[in-house]
Design a protein around this ligand. Structure first.
Ligand SMILES: NC(=O)c1ccc[n+]([C@@H]2O[C@H](COP(=O)([O-])OP(=O)(O)OC[C@H]3O[C@@H](n4cnc5c(N)ncnc54)[C@H](OP(=O)(O)O)[C@@H]3O)[C@@H](O)[C@H]2O)c1
Length: 381
């Protein structure tokens, strides 16, 4: 598995299935060039999903031109209550990709307990996928997830999966226990959206640029993740061939990755402690309630995470991109923003947090700093 993977969510023509004739010539050329460039660079893992609209179809026009045994192809199908429907959707993916098998099939978005139950139940989607494996149509089965760590740990603990696609990077350390659990089971670990959800690092604030020198913020984040042997690959959501270059240059430091990352990480954490206090930086997430247990289903944990990195490292644009998705993205980014608190008394809800006194004011500040008009998910754009 290459340490960088080619994500398939940014170069497709539409997020909906379209008539092949409607895909513009330049879009075809750009995707072909992006895949070719990836392959030349050794980035030979191509990851897409049935839910990414024309992505699979457009990949299916290019992948057959590459030596099959030299590429790793992943697609993802959403788990559902009816396993026959799951297999029908998988067959649609295969016909679009024009492949007789994929190397990796992920259950796309085990984001809550209902999806986990549907997946693991007797004769559920996992059983259906294992049948596909017996038939040689998939080589390995995994899952992708936006769930909270407790649910991810239960999915990993089921022993039913060979790999996991999840969010973990410098600005989100919460899922580290899940990565350790996956490692203990020798599972593959694929990092989702390190550059976009990982901080909008392609448009970094000046402060972050200065703190990450001599690397760029994207390069620091790449090496920060890859410095952990438990992490196998980072998805690079390339929209064009040139998007790989900055990441590949980061790998010039791969053989000295620890000593390259350490001083930059130190500078970032020192600045965060200077701005927010060492105690907050070390313990802000302790004793926080699950969003379903908060008045108005306000996602206090995610909001405090956004505030922590936005306030200390000037990641305001990223904070706004995420904050204004709350309440708009269903199980992909669950929970509501602070407005839904409606003045509720949080003392009981925050009783186990060492910062219960400070958090209400921090939530108000986070709302003032980050709230704008509700945002839409990419797939709804
Ligand atoms: N639940 C899931 O399973 C899930 C969720 C999210 C993502 N993913 C997977 O993870 C993959 C990566 O996520 P992502 O697409 O958000 O990737 P990403 O690499 O984190 O972000 C990609 C975006 O960053 C911008 N960008 C600009 N310069 C870049 C550069 N040099 N390198 C990379 N990005 C640059 C691009 O924006 P412009 O287009 O504006 O240039 C691009 O849209 C996706 O393709 C998808 O397959 C999975």
């Amino acid at each position: 598995m290459p340490v960088l993977s080619c994500g398939g969510m940014r170069y497709q023509f539409k997020w909906q299935d379209v008539d092949p004739k409607d895909v513009p010539h330049e879009g075809r050329k750009n995707l072909e060039a992006t895949i070719q460039r990836a392959f030349e660079l050794g980035i030979n893992h191509f990851e897409t999903a049935r839910g990414y609209g024309s992505s699979e179809m457009q990949l299916g026009w290019v992948l057959p031109n590459l030596p099959r045994q030299k590429i790793i192809v992943q697609t993802k199908v959403a788990p559902c209550a009816d396993p026959e429907n799951f297999v029908r959707t998988f067959n649609r993916s295969m016909s679009y990709l024009r492949l007789d098998h994929v190397d990796l099939l992920a259950l796309h978005g085990i984001n809550n307990r209902q999806f986990l139950r549907d997946s693991l139940k007797k004769n559920g989607c996992v059983a259906a996928a294992r049948k596909l494996q017996k038939d040689g149509r998939i080589r390995f089965l995994g899952f992708s997830t936006h769930a909270t760590t407790d649910i991810i740990l239960d999915a990993i603990g089921s022993g039913e999966f060979d790999y996991v696609n999840l969010h973990w990077y410098f600005v989100n350390d919460l899922n580290w226990p899940a990565i350790q659990a996956a490692h203990a089971r020798d599972m593959g670990v694929f990092i989702i959206s390190p550059n976009d959800k990982g901080g909008k690092l392609y448009e970094p604030p000046r402060k972050l640029v200065e703190l990450c020198r001599p690397l760029t913020p994207m390069q620091f984040n790449d090496l920060y993740c890859l410095a952990r042997p438990e992490v196998h690959t980072l998805s690079c959501g390339a929209a064009r061939p040139g998007d790989f270059d900055e990441h590949v240059r980061a790998l010039d430091h791969y053989d000295r990755i620890t000593e390259t990352v350490a001083p930059i990480e130190r500078r970032l954490r020192d600045e965060m402690s200077r701005a927010l206090g060492q105690d907050w930086c070390a313990r802000w997430f302790e004793g926080l309630p699950h969003y379903v247990d908060v008045p108005g289903q306000v996602n206090i944990s995610e909001i405090l995470r956004l505030w922590t990195y936005a306030k200390s490292l000037d990641l305001i644009a990223w904070g706004k991109m995420r904050y204004n998705l709350l309440g708009q993205a269903d199980h992909w980014f669950p929970g509501e923003n602070v407005a839904k608190l409606n003045g509720a008394d949080l003392r009981a809800t925050l009783a186990r947090s060492p910062f219960a006194e400070r958090i209400p004011a921090i939530l108000r500040e986070a709302h003032e700093m980050l709230f704008e008009a509700p945002a839409k998910r990419l797939s709804q754009s």
